[in-house]
Design a protein. Structure first.
Length: 210
């Protein structure tokens, strides 16, 4: 098993690209820290109860909480698999924790999208609560409005996708997550793709550079 880290602002397309690549390639596994946390919140586990307030305000949950979840997924992933790690690490401390887990990091790929585009991307996002498929009302609409193409569930809007919280999430991204770009550049494994070219083209470029 090895790991490809997805870097990029909220709404830059990390989940969309990783979901598409994993659906098309049997040896790619999409692991989203946000989905793990939202799953824990929905189940009302101890970790979920602790995470909920941080997530709704757009702040990062404590490092130890999310690191435990990622450690479990890394430990249970074996064989000829590349893990597309979406949303972790989110700061330098988490990057060090990931190094300590010992799984080989193949690359860190930044999906580059300017801040001005992020509000529109997130305002139009719709998510399937059951199968986690992601849509956009204009850029990636479902066949039937409000209904998931894959499983027929009613699409929902994430609680943290309101304009005020998105502003806060961008501040957190620039302060805490962006330093990872230099961190992985210094390690010689940073790649960058233009996130403005449409979902299929971003996914193809990502697969090429990763
Ligand atoms: P998380 O779920 O990780 O959210 P995020 O990083 O803010 O990223 P998003 O899921 O919002 O965006 P995305 O880049 O996946 O974009 P998407 O593909 O959906 O985290 C949520 C919260 O959990 C955090 O705020 C924090 O509280 C907590 N958390 C998570 N990980 C943590 C950690 N490691 N440490 C501490 N706390 C943590 O795309 C967005 C929209 O754009 C979609 O509608 C899509 O259809 C559309 N789109 C995508 N690509 C394109 C394209 N190329 N062209 C046009 N439209 C596109």
């Amino acid at each position: 098993m090895n790991i490809v880290i997805l870097l990029g602002a909220p709404g830059s397309g990390k989940g969309t690209v990783a979901g598409k690549l994993a659906a098309d390639n049997a040896n790619l596994k999409h692991v989203s820290s946000g989905d793990l946390l939202r799953g824990a919140v929905a189940k009302g586990t101890e970790a979920g109860l602790e995470a909920k307030g941080y997530m709704e305000s757009g702040n990062l949950v404590p490092d130890a909480l999310i690191a435990r979840m990622i450690k479990d997924v890394v430990a249970e992933t074996t064989g000829d698999v590349t893990m597309l790690l979406d949303g972790f690490p989110r700061n330098l401390a988490q990057a060090e924790i990931l190094e300590e887990m010992g799984a080989p990091i193949k690359s860190a790929v930044l999906i580059d999208v300017p801040d001005e585009i992020i509000q529109d991307r997130i305002a139009g996002r719709r998510t399937c609560p059951k199968c986690k498929a992601g849509y956009h009302v204009k850029n990636l609409p479902p066949k039937v409005e409000g209904v998931c193409d894959n499983c027929g569930s009613e699409l929902t809007i994430r609680k943290d996708d309101n304009p005020e919280t998105v502003k806060d999430r961008l501040v957190v991204y620039h302060r805490q997550t962006e330093p990872l770009i230099e961190f992985y550049k210094a390690k010689g494994c940073l790649k960058t793709v233009d996130g403005m070219t449409g979902v299929d083209s971003v996914a193809a470029e990502f697969l090429k550079v990763m």
